[in-house]
Write a protein of this length. Structure first.
Ligand SMILES: NC(=O)c1ccc[n+]([C@@H]2O[C@H](COP(=O)([O-])OP(=O)(O)OC[C@H]3O[C@@H](n4cnc5c(N)ncnc54)[C@H](O)[C@@H]3O)[C@@H](O)[C@H]2O)c1
Length: 337
């Protein structure tokens, strides 16, 4: 299959390596606004060549993977839909509701063109097992969820004003994972945030740490927590607490859980903690892209649709408004705005 990749930056380079490793991908066409960057990335494999953006959406392309900057996602998605080419895009579709809705509507008008959004937690073995446990009913009623996304250190300062803020950039993964895992709908949120680190977060209108209490339609409560500062390691975990049982996702030897008790009393030896999301989610990213190749080949439906991504955006948007305005915000308020 001929797969095109548009956006040869940080995650584009990693996804390109993952794509050329797939047997089903016989050719990878790499495009970027900066042709030198596309050429440099195309050098990673004899399967890869660099092309113009026009060629990435041209005849004979079986699927397009969008890894460009967030502001380019929606225009490129419209282009793929117009060209009738199956498309995967990194999250988010866009940082605002109207632009995201326009993509959802365009996709609904082209049901013949599969669109997959990149929420890779849906492909992580732990999240999948927790979903099975939740849906089996063996946990009883799940009253509380803790979802954690802690980066070790901040991204470059220049990224912050383009990120959409910490809720939309990071917590949106947790928001999507909880909805996908439980099938419950968020009803209202309370968001908070703080700036104890570098000034560029405040200057960019963002926070370096955020927390949201989200209430769901069955009264389940989730504490969704994210930070750019977590020196002990990259910590992405999810806890389901039920009346009958609980499940912890991400509780492995590399989880950066530093005991306050005597470490010698542990029955396992903690390994080198994760430092990046690439380390934490390598297997999930590979499974996600392998699934997209199946989706593009018509062998599978999209496992993460634009409409589901819009639902996650509603919640992240509500969290940001709640934080800024110091009040609870209902999802209905955002949905109906
Ligand atoms: N799912 C995840 O865990 C995850 C992790 C990191 C980044 N992301 C998402 O991936 C996207 C890219 O992030 P990144 O860190 O790789 O960014 P980056 O800045 O490293 O790379 C973006 C690349 O896209 C290119 N580009 C921009 N507009 C383009 C256009 N219209 N056509 C072709 N190329 C274009 C740029 O020249 C650049 O090379 C972001 O939307 C981000 O939210 C997702």
């Amino acid at each position: 299959m001929r797969i095109a990749l548009v956006g040869a930056g940080q995650i584009g380079a990693a996804h390109a390596r993952r794509l050329v490793a797939l047997d089903a991908v016989t050719e990878l066409l790499v495009a970027d606004g900066d042709p030198d960057r596309a050429a440099a990335l195309a050098a990673i494999s004899p399967k890869a060549t660099h092309v113009s953006a026009d060629d990435a959406f041209g005849a004979g392309v079986d699927g397009v993977v969008i890894t460009a900057n967030t502001s380019a996602h929606a225009p490129l998605l419209h282009r793929a839909l117009d060209a009738g080419v199956a498309v995967f895009t990194e999250k988010p579709i866009a940082l605002d509701v109207p632009t995201t809705r326009a993509v959802v509507e365009h996709a609904a008008a082209r049901p013949d063109v599969p669109v997959q959004i990149g929420f890779q937690r849906r492909f992580d073995a732990g999240y999948l097992a927790a979903r099975d446990a939740y849906r089996s009913g063996s946990l009883g009623f799940v009253h509380t969820v803790h979802a954690t996304t802690y980066d070790v250190s901040p991204p470059p300062a220049a990224y912050i004003p383009t990120s959409g803020g910490l809720f939309k950039d990071c917590s949106i993964h947790d928001v999507d994972a909880i909805a996908w895992l439980t099938g419950r709908q968020a009803v209202s949120v309370w968001g908070t945030g703080s700036n104890m680190g570098a000034d560029f977060f405040r200057d960019g209108g963002d926070v370096d740490t955020c927390n949201a209490l989200i209430t769901y339609d069955d009264e389940m409560t989730a504490l969704v927590s994210a930070t750019r500062y977590h020196g002990s390691g990259h910590d992405v975990r999810l806890e389901l607490h039920g009346s009958a049982d609980s499940r912890f996702v991400g509780l492995d030897d590399r989880a950066p859980l530093v005991t306050a008790e005597d470490p010698a009393a542990l029955s396992w030896t903690p390994a080198e903690p994760y430092q990046t999301y690439h380390q934490r989610f390598e297997a999930a990213y590979r499974a996600e892209l392998a699934t997209f190749v199946d989706v593009a080949a018509g062998r599978a439906p999209s496992p993460c649709t634009p409409a589901e991504a819009l639902e996650a955006l509603y919640v992240a948007e509500a969290c940001g408004i709640s934080m800024r305005e110091h009040r609870p915000v209902t999802i209905a308020e955002i949905r109906e705005s």
